[in-house]
Design a binder for this molecule. Structure first.
Ligand SMILES: Cc1ncc(COP(=O)(O)O)c(C=O)c1O
Length: 387
């Protein structure tokens, strides 16, 4: 076999890439089935939709399979048309990508050069940190406030003439909290026009019914790029489809660096189908509301206070990082995958996605089984007061 030999990585790879820690996703079901020789696994770790995709999306994707010898429409005419009708926007204001993370990568590659300053919060979506660091940007991170929300006061104070991009996840992952209209307005009143704001609304559909949620479609800021996704409420995480809304001049720049055939042909077809099925989306939101009520009741009975969430997950504080690992590992033994948050710098927290009723029952039964062991080893859960 040929032996490969490379020069030292210092010569090949810029320092900001060498320092990166790769993204760690939720443990795949197949991996746990293999490792533990289990028959049944419930994955409630990656904020996926337990109802799956709409049958309309499946129908369109299945039809599209017959055309995969063709390149996709690089302008995604039909999907942009569907989105522009739904949101009353011009197709020129829409960008599509391989998930909203794909669009985030267009944004950072378009606007950021090594050394540029990006302002965001601690304990938000790690995918963004990685993408910004991968282009050599300097991340300036403000801690969340005591309610586990973006601290708009501190963020506004942290804006300087060097702030090029501000990243806000609203609602936020992994806390599930959201900025209300007045908080968003306050922050925006401090953002200069030359600073771009990425407003990541991956969980928009779950949050939109809260009256004080600032739906970015009700605003008109030329420096805001809204990102949304088919991965969460539309149940299509595996197909990688996200969309963004922005000023057409910004969209024009993204098109210069974007790979022309993203998103692929099947994803485009799936998106068109998914948008036709309003009832599926409503069932998803309804299921989520019910599962949220159940999980809150369950956790409260166990004297655990979750961070109030408007998303399809809840995050709980455990006694310590050791306790989080213990719970995570012991739930794995029962075939339940939740998400430890050490990569989000929240090692004493765990995130539980809201799965199907059956998956949640699997979680409750498994947690009941290990609960006394947790208390014996680590004492009672901390009550999070005043959040
Ligand atoms: C806040 C936030 N933004 C973006 C994403 C990425 O979504 P997508 O699958 O559209 O790339 C996630 C996924 O978990 C998320 O939580």
């Amino acid at each position: 076999m040929k032996n490969f030999s490379l020069p030292p990585s210092e010569e090949l790879v810029p320092e900001y890439i060498r320092k990166l820690i790769p993204y760690k996703s939720g443990k795949p079901i197949s991996e746990l089935l293999r490792e533990k020789n289990l028959k049944h696994v419930s994955k409630i770790a990656s904020n996926e939709n337990p109802l799956g995709p709409s049958p309309f999306a499946i129908r369109e994707m299945t039809k599209a399979l017959w055309d995969v010898h063709r390149y996709p429409d690089m302008h995604a005419y039909e999907l942009k048309k569907s989105l522009s009708e739904l949101y009353k926007l011009k197709p020129n204001n829409i960008i599509l990508g391989n998930g909203s993370e794909g669009i985030m990568s267009y944004i950072v590659r378009t606007f950021l050069a090594p050394g540029d300053e990006v302002l965001t919060s601690e304990n938000t979506f790690i995918g963004f940190y990685i993408l910004a660091r991968a282009v050599g940007a300097n991340l300036k991170m403000v801690p969340l406030n005591r309610q586990f929300k973006f601290d708009v006061q501190k963020m506004s104070e942290a804006i300087t003439e060097r702030s090029k991009i501000i990243y806000i996840a609203n609602p936020n992952n992994p806390t599930g909290t959201y900025l209300k209209k007045n908080e968003f307005d306050f922050l925006m009143s401090h953002v200069p026009e030359r600073t771009l704001v990425i407003l990541d609304e991956a969980y928009f559909e779950f949050a939109k019914d809260h009256n004080d949620f600032p739906d970015s479609m009700d605003y008109r800021y030329d420096n805001v790029i809204t990102l949304r996704t088919f991965s969460k409420a539309y149940g299509m995480a595996g197909i990688r489809l996200g969309y963004g809304f922005a000023h057409e001049e910004l969209i024009g720049h993204f098109h210069k660096i974007k790979l022309p055939f993203e998103p692929n042909l099947i994803a485009q077809a799936g998106g068109i189908g998914a948008l036709q099925d309003r009832p599926h989306l409503e069932r998803t939101i309804e299921n989520n509301k019910n599962r949220y009520k159940d999980v809150i009741k369950y956790l409260q009975e166990k004297n655990i206070t979750p961070i109030p969430s408007v998303c399809n997950f809840v995050t709980i504080k455990t006694q310590s990082s050791e306790a989080s690992n213990y719970i995570y590992e012991n739930l794995l033994n029962h075939g339940v995958i939740v998400r430890p948050l050490s990569s989000n710098e929240m090692p004493d927290f765990l995130r539980i996605s809201l799965g199907s009723e059956q998956e949640m029952n699997h979680f409750y039964q498994s947690f009941d089984f290990i609960y006394q062991g947790i208390l014996n080893k680590f004492g009672p859960f901390e009550i999070l007061g005043n959040i």
